[in-house]
Design a protein around this ligand. Structure first.
Ligand code: UDX
Length: 431
């Protein structure tokens, strides 16, 4: 198939690379000319495991190319995916102006039948508005179908998730695009479900909100574990073995972050309000998420008393493992709170240091190149991201290097008994 993808962010670029990997011809379009130049020159604007090799291989095979011309993308392909950002607005609503602009641009250069696929996460009923916009702005006399095909990839596992999806959801009101969509997804060997457009759009918000709810649920249970002396990991294992519940997304933490869950929750609450339903359950999910960070910071201040002038080592800046993304990162949030109290930070992240430099203040933060050097002179260590390599931290050496052996583990990476046996004061989540 000849496919065009408009928007080369996490979703657009990885989707384009994976579609080309299974044999489709893909043109990736982006309005940011600098980004297009970077991609044309073999550079990759984001860190995502496996992506660089995938792009390199498919560009070399002539199946993947980059352009800043929407007209070129629309002309050369029958199926056009929209994968532009839908960022949050201050009031929790979603900024759909990028989607609307792309819809107008597509309408402007369409001269024959096109299938326009919305892959960006959008509020229910957006597909209808995209179709209306294209109809209004298209001068040529040609048919088109707008369909919804939400993306469920996780950052850090994007290639893996896209190549092996649990399911592919396609929302459409006409049968005409079905054959093309089946052809596009056939090589992925995943179950494909066809729904109406509104349902497909809702599936995405409902899925992300459900996962966020799972995390807030276990974080609330973690608070009860702390108060009662139970261990949240044992509780999560025990309930997770019930197939109806499942163990995944039951890791107690500093709370969820990233560019999706917080935004999608707010959007879903807002859409529900607009449709006349008060989604109180999801408001509580947000509240628990915020209180989780407050509870963690309180553990630090309860132990260290005064933070002003203290040196704190922070392991992790990305919002989760395997990514350089720091958007809505709980790790960055904690750094900001510690800095506000007057602490001095020694920070390390395997991938996210450059992006963190853009959001953290220059004063009071020292970026350390090696994980094992962070502890030097620290009054405490904070583990803020679940990078698996942090488990390999040499705790004996860390203890020697620290002023006081205290660890606040916001990701439950270590076994409390063995860390305490080494002489640390160790505080984690729900244990
Ligand atoms: C999420 C969805 O998983 C994905 O399907 C959707 O397409 C986009 O949003 P992503 O934001 O990349 O993906 O990350 P995810 O792995 O879901 O983690 C989100 C946040 O929840 C992270 O901050 C992570 O650390 C946190 N988390 C996750 C927990 O605190 N506990 C868990 O058990 C799982």
């Amino acid at each position: 198939m000849n496919i065009t993808i408009i928007g080369t962010g996490y979703v657009g670029l990885v989707t384009g690379a994976c579609f080309s990997e299974v044999g489709h011809n893909v043109i990736c379009v982006d309005c940011d000319e600098k980004k297009v130049e970077l991609l044309q020159g073999g550079g990759i604007p984001i860190y995502e495991p496996g992506l660089e090799e995938l792009v390199e291989r498919n560009v070399a095979a002539g199946r993947l190319s980059f352009t800043s011309s929407t007209a070129e993308g629309v002309e050369k392909s029958d199926v056009i995916f929209i994968a532009v950002p839908t960022p949050p607005l201050d009031d929790g609503a979603v900024d759909l102006s990028f989607i609307e602009r792309v819809a107008r641009e597509i309408a402007d250069c369409m001269t024959s039948y096109k299938i326009i696929v919305d892959k960006s996460t959008v509020p229910v009923k957006t597909g209808e508005k995209v179709a209306d916009t294209i109809k209004r702005y298209c001068q040529a006399d040609c048919d088109f179908d707008v369909i919804s095909n939400p993306e469920f990839l996780r950052e850090g596992f994007a290639v893996e998730d896209l190549m092996n999806p649990d399911r592919v959801v396609i929302g459409t009101t006409s049968d005409r695009p079905n054959e093309a969509m089946q052809k596009i997804y056939k090589p992925f060997n995943a179950p494909v479900i066809f729904t109406d457009i509104n349902s497909a759009e809702l599936i995405k918000h409902a899925a992300n909100s459900f996962l966020a709810m799972k995390i807030s649920y276990i974080n609330a249970v973690a608070a009860i574990c702390e108060a009662s002396g139970a261990n949240v990991e044992e509780v999560a294992n025990g309930i997770g073995m019930d197939d109806r519940i499942g163990r995944r997304f039951l890791n107690a933490s500093l709370g969820f972050g990233g560019s999706c869950f917080p935004k999608d929750l707010s959007a879903f609450i807002r859409i529900s309000d607009e449709l006349g339903y008060d989604f109180g359950l999801l408001k509580e999910v947000q509240k628990i998420n915020a209180s989780q960070m407050n509870r963690f910071v309180k553990k630090i201040t309860d132990t260290l008393w005064i933070l002003k002038g203290k040196t704190i080592g922070v392991l992790g800046l990305a919002f989760k493992q395997n990514t350089d993304d720091v958007r809505m990162s709980p790790a960055v949030d904690i750094c900001q709170r510690l800095l506000k109290e007057g602490a001095f930070l020694r920070v390390y992240d395997p991938k996210a240091m450059d992006k963190a430099k853009e959001v953290l203040p220059d004063d009071g933060v020292l970026y350390i190149d090696k994980m094992d050097d962070v502890s030097k002179g620290c009054d405490a260590l904070v583990i803020a991201t679940e990078w698996p390599q942090f488990k390999e931290l040499n705790l004996v050496k860390a203890k020697e290097a620290m002023t006081a052996p205290i660890i606040f583990d916001g990701r439950n990476l270590f076994d409390p008994v063995s860390v305490e046996q080494l002489g640390f004061t160790y505080k984690s989540i729900g244990r």
